[in-house]
Design a protein around this ligand. Sequence first.
Ligand code: ASP
Length: 356
Amino acid sequence: MNNRLKSVISAAAIAVGLCFAPVQAADLPHVVILATGGTIAGTGATSTTTVGYTAAKLGVDKMIESVPELQKVAEVRGEQVAQIASESMTNEVWLKLAKRINQLLAQKDVDGIVVTHGTDTIEETAYFLDLVVKSKKPVVVVGSMRPSTAISADGPINLYNAVILAGSKEAVGKGVLVALNDQINAAREVTKSNTSTADTFRTPELGFLGYMQDNKAHFYRMSTRKNTADTEFDVSKLSSLPRVDIVYGYANMDRVAMDADIGAGAQGIVQAGVGDGSVAAQMMPAFRDARQKGVIVVRSSRVGNGIVARNGEANDDKEDFVVSDTLNAQKARILLMLALTKTHDTQAIQRMFYTY
Ligand code: ASP
């Protein structure tokens, strides 16, 4: 064969190779799925059982196996971090999860993380991770509202989209994301808004960040608050978190629950207050006693939207209280726990509430 013919044949071979080359596994993003349980791993007695099922039954490998499409969009592997319904989530599981995520994201061969989780406390875990993950690589927390055995289960499509999102360039640097029902939310802002419907996750008033559509992430906005690698929190050496409790505001409330919390060792109290975090007249002595003992008092609101105004419904400067800004009580509790690992200074803590 002359040289000219040889080069024509090899050019043709390259062209055929290019046209028919399958997507190489090496080209796919490497995503690790860390499973914690929840309804996404739940099973029910029949395909129409959508309440009264058992959460946290399927192991991570079974979950991955049940969505073979994942193999086309990422190099996926799984680890079981916990197997619980998320109403039973604890600070200890959070610390274990955060440390594992930080180890994995420090590796060159990991591009993103998906955390599978129950939906009841998904917003809390996501916000905790948003404050303590030390990487700009994507972390996506996902769950489902219907168990894996249900007709029209939402777990498989939610998991599929979460893996695409976690492996996407678009999600880099956006903070921890909560993605279900084709919608992408910021951890700081998302909340569960309905006990049972598939569209339960909302970022009320401020709106979600974007959509999952046609195997792609589409972003339209970002949270302005600092997160992940830009925070001052470091859990690498922590084995527990300071106790912080929530006191719910309602007509005719009294100080019994709050005094019990402080008696049990709470270093901080978050009031999920009525309205703009208002403090009932009969509660003010209890809050003052708490401050006398060095317990940090944060005023948040049970309303669900809006800023708790500093020096609005209470003289926070005089009473030495902190306001939660727009954080709901369950997220204010998380930020206060982490703040207390650094300081008991109320001005420093107030700055953190305006930063994260
Ligand atoms: N109770 C369940 C859980 O949070 C609900 C769910 O996952 O949707 O684990």
